[in-house]
Write a new protein. Structure first.
Length: 469
């Protein structure tokens, strides 16, 4: 019998029919078979929506109402959802029927994507492709240890570098680390504290410092001049600088990489992922200097000493190539810079208007909105009630009416933080800025005027926080 005669029939599996038949069970299925706390959380905060489709920067429900996405899948959807160029590239690569993942050949797509990526960081020479941001970080940690012969990696409090064991060892949030010890022997140094960095380096066992140029948790940028000074210190002690650009890279902050906002910064290793996928096929990449890669792959016997089963697969490489093409042809980073400045400046202008609004910061389309203790007696007492129950509840109280009343999806920037983080698709423009600022103004008016929706929901959150203790 021929191969064609053994080919599976096209009618054996009907995805559309399956979704039609079982799609309404989505929350029940998650509760029964997946993370049971996720549906519980979504029901509690009123985020248990049913989205039917998505395009660009918008979701649409079953009634056709649009929802503005200011979250971008935690930064994955840099080009928005279902960009036609990326879709076409994936159709093309599937239709090509390539001999993929043979493991014993050198297909062209990984080399072409590496070439395109490295063109944006000419001081780097080689790329390893994995499948996620945490894999990109794991690769950097391993490569730094191998290249330097040292065991310890420094990181910053509140950093987020992933949730696999190695990445978790350099994760600066205790809530993620609790219950998973023992981790690797890594050490936290305060962001921006060069003296603390120097003290650790003098111990002689530091392989690298890993740092986000802008921390996702709280949206805190490295102080001006810090990255360059840290790089110089590290190199004097034969240690490496690792830039985690998983969220900040590929145009998010207005330049291709966030570290490029500071002159003279040339990290030894750079981690990217998220937006490189186009929102379709998971992909992570670790870029590094030639000598580091040659230390890792030091002989033919070590040719597979670090690899990934699905790394460099054709679909992921095609998606990445399409993403970089769109970024260049549609000037995505430039749009993030100009639109981000418009959004940040309009929100910053509200700080003097609202006593609950403490700060607006960020760069490009990565913006943090921080809330703080008000001055008036009435608002102070309500604020104190929330803080006594759980820090971070007020920010959540703002996120909820943004979705419920204005159909805008946002996120709190981190556990126990009174900060909302805005990381919309990089294709948003003035229309989306207007919609968000108008909605945010309405919600803040409600909060300052004692409006029922936001504070009544606050009472619900307080009860939930107390019940969870």
């Amino acid at each position: 019998m021929t191969t064609a005669e053994h080919a599976p029939g096209t009618g054996a599996f009907d995805l559309a029919a399956l979704l039609t038949e079982r799609g309404a069970e989505r929350y029940e299925l998650h509760t029964r078979y997946l993370n049971h706390q996720l549906p519980r959380m979504l029901h509690t905060i009123g985020f248990d929506k049913v989205y039917e489709r998505a395009e660009g920067a918008y979701f649409y429900d079953t009634e056709g109402a649009d929802y503005l996405d200011m979250l971008a899948g935690f930064g994955v959807m840099g080009l928005g959802r279902h960009h036609p160029v990326v879709r076409k590239a994936l159709h093309d690569v599937l239709d090509a029927g390539l001999a993929d993942l043979t493991r014993f050949d050198c297909p062209p797509l990984p080399g072409l994507l590496a070439e395109r990526l490295l063109a944006h960081s000419p001081h780097l020479d080689r790329v390893f492709f994995g499948n996620s941001g945490t894999e990109a970080v794991e690769t950097a940690l391993k490569f730094a240890r191998r290249a330097t012969g040292k065991r310890r990696v420094l990181y910053c409090p509140h950093a987020f570098h992933g949730l696999t064991t190695g990445s978790l060892s350099v994760n600066g949030e205790d809530g993620f680390r609790d219950g998973f010890a023992p981790l690797l022997p890594d050490t936290a140094v305060p962001l921006g504290d060069l003296d603390a960095l120097a003290r650790e380096l003098k111990k002689g066992d530091v392989a690298a410092l890993i740092v986000e140029p802008i921390q996702g948790k709280g949206v805190h940028a490295t102080p001006p001049g810090y990255l360059r000074a840290a790089q110089d210190l590290l190199h004097r002690h034969k240690a490496l600088l690792i830039a985690d650009e998983v969220q900040t890279g590929l145009g998010r902050t207005g330049d291709f990489y966030a570290y490029q906002h500071e002159d003279g910064v040339e990290p030894d290793l750079v981690c990217v992922a998220k937006a490189l996928s186009g929102g379709y096929v998971p992909v992570g990449a670790t870029l590094g200097k030639d000598w580091i890669f040659k230390k890792v792959y030091s002989s033919i016997d070590r040719v597979l000493v670090h690899s990934a089963s699905f790394g460099s697969n054709a679909q992921a490489m095609a998606a990445g190539l399409a993403v970089l093409s769109v970024m260049e042809n549609e000037r995505i980073a430039a749009n993030a810079r100009t639109t981000g400045e418009l959004l940040r400046s309009r929100l910053a202008a509200l700080v003097d208007k609202y006593e609950l609004l403490a700060d607006v910061r960020g760069r490009g389309l990565m913006i943090g909105i921080e809330f703080g203790r008000p001055t008036s007696l009435g608002l102070r007492s309500r604020w104190a009630m929330l803080q006594a129950a759980r820090k971070g509840l007020f920010a959540q109280m703002v996120v909820v009416p943004l979705l419920q009343r204005h159909r805008i999806l946002t996120q709190v920037s981190g556990d126990h933080l009174e900060v909302i983080k805005l990381i919309p698709p990089l294709i948003v423009g003035e229309r989306e800025v207007d919609r968000f600022v108008d909605a945010f103004t309405d919600v803040m008016d409600d909060a300052h005027n004692g409006g029922g929706l936001i504070w009544d929901f606050g009472k619900t959150l307080v009860k939930q926080a107390v019940a969870n203790r």
